[in-house]
Design a protein around this ligand. Structure first.
Ligand code: CTP
Length: 410
């Protein structure tokens, strides 16, 4: 499990909505990601779910307004507010939004919210019509104008059976927003990072294609890692079965030529390009309009080379200076370092991550990777680690290479 919330304390406010049951999953996910989660329930939330549910999941006491008057922690609402890195209210009812906007302090949650100086993230949940009501919208606007981060509710079927906007988004997505907000001041804040991922697909006919075994996992992990550090991220992805990270701008492509057009367009304004996609080197010379029928004899498919996207980027860079840093990958089944160094030079890269694809625990489709990073100064072998950890190590080097970084003059 990736501990991306290690050393973070999240104050989770749970209010009285049927979506409170989802807050249990949320508390569990935040805890598993390494966060210390303090949960505060409102009186109405207690009708739906118990503090014991949360204390069992977080391993910490879950609080109610009753605790304000107890002899537990000294000035409880201040203690909770002070130790929080982020206040997350999910689900946030219309009533709580109204209280927050008005600055009321009549429950432990609203008292802590007034005392908190950390970012506030809120995920509204209410039945059809209530979210759209002018009063609620005004409260939401007030909170957003004060710097709070809104997780817009989704449309769907409500507890009442009505259809409308007001469903709290799923916990997994909320965690993505939390990551985004916590990453805002990271060492890639203000930088734009372009990542490519997945294996391109070159059609033979309407049902068949030439493709490769890339799962896209390393590229998606790089996009997430860049978001965690505050970058603006564009992810150009070939088809994968993965969910893109929250906060990334996602462009879907299939063929190498489509990826090339998208990369060259986006690279013009990117500070960093990480080319993690496995781009097809060959494409069928022509793609049949109708499904090719079998007739018992063998079939020849004429394959033509595709263009090398990184070489086209090198040409763009000579003219524009963008992207400032370009990172490639090298998938090799033999002579790893020798072949990777040739690619580093021929593609004019700042850094290349070399992958030995003959290993079963690294490279294609698995969750772990073992890469060796090469630049014009030397090679650094990284340990076998998760793709998230490998992504973080690669971005450490990228940060050092960026002009204006503290270390680029060394
Ligand atoms: N790449 C690219 N355009 C291509 C093929 C690859 O930009 N048409 C990029 C990949 O995204 C990767 C790097 O080049 O960052 C190296 O890809 P790899 O498949 O290892 O090498 P190739 O250049 O395709 O060479 P070979 O297949 O002969 O090893």
């Amino acid at each position: 499990m990736e501990l991306f919330l290690k050393n973070r304390t999240i104050l989770l406010g749970v209010t009285g909505s049927i979506a409170a049951y989802k807050a249990a999953d949320l508390a569990s996910r935040l805890t598993k990601a390494g966060a210390s989660v303090d949960v505060v329930l409102t009186e109405a939330a207690l009708k739906f779910i118990s503090p014991l549910t949360f204390s069992s999941l977080t391993g910490r006491k879950a609080y109610t307004t009753q605790d304000v008057w107890g002899d537990g922690e000294h000035v409880l609402h201040i203690a909770l507010a002070r130790r929080a890195d982020l206040l997350l209210i999910a689900p946030a009812t219309a009533n709580t939004l109204s209280a927050l906007a008005a600055g009321q302090a009549d429950t432990l949650l609203t008292m802590a919210a007034l005392a908190a100086t950390c970012p506030l993230v809120f995920a509204p949940a209410m039945d059809a019509g209530m979210y759209e009501h002018a009063a609620t919208q005004a409260n939401v606007d007030t909170l957003v104008s004060r710097g709070a981060y809104l997780i817009e509710p989704a449309e769907g079927r409500m507890a009442s059976g009505l259809i409308g906007r007001g469903r709290m988004v799923e916990p997994e997505e909320i965690v993505g927003h939390v990551r985004l907000v916590l990453g805002r001041d990271g060492d890639l804040a203000g930088r734009s990072v372009l990542v490519t991922a997945g294996g391109t697909r070159e059609p033979i006919d309407p049902v068949r294609a030439v493709t490769n075994r890339s799962s896209g996992k390393q590229g998606y992990a790089l996009a997430q890692a860049a978001l965690d550090r505050g970058a603006t991220v564009t992810l150009i992805t070939a088809p994968t079965s993965l969910t893109p990270p929250i906060g990334a701008r996602v462009l879907h492509v299939e063929r190498a030529a489509e990826m090339q057009v998208a990369v060259l367009e986006e690279a013009k304004s990117a500070d960093v390009l990480v080319m993690a996609a496995a781009v097809s080197d060959f494409r069928p010379a022509s793609s049949a309009e109708q499904k090719i029928k079998k007739n018992g004899s063998s079939l020849q498919i004429d394959l033509k080379p595709t263009e090398d996207i990184l070489k086209a980027v090198a040409a763009l860079r000579k003219n524009t200076g963008f992207p400032a840093v370009v990172v490639g990958f090298a998938a090799e089944s033999q002579d790893l370092l020798k072949n990777a160094r040739v690619k580093l030079e021929e593609k004019e890269l700042d850094l290349i991550a070399a992958n030995d694809i003959s290993r079963t625990d690294a490279g294609f489709a698995v969750d772990t990777n073992q890469v060796t990073l090469l630049n014009n100064k030397g090679a650094e072998e990284l340990p076998l680690q998760t793709k998230a950890e490998a992504a973080s190590d690669i971005l450490d080097r990228v940060v050092e290479l960026l002009p204006g970084s503290k270390t680029d003059e060394l």
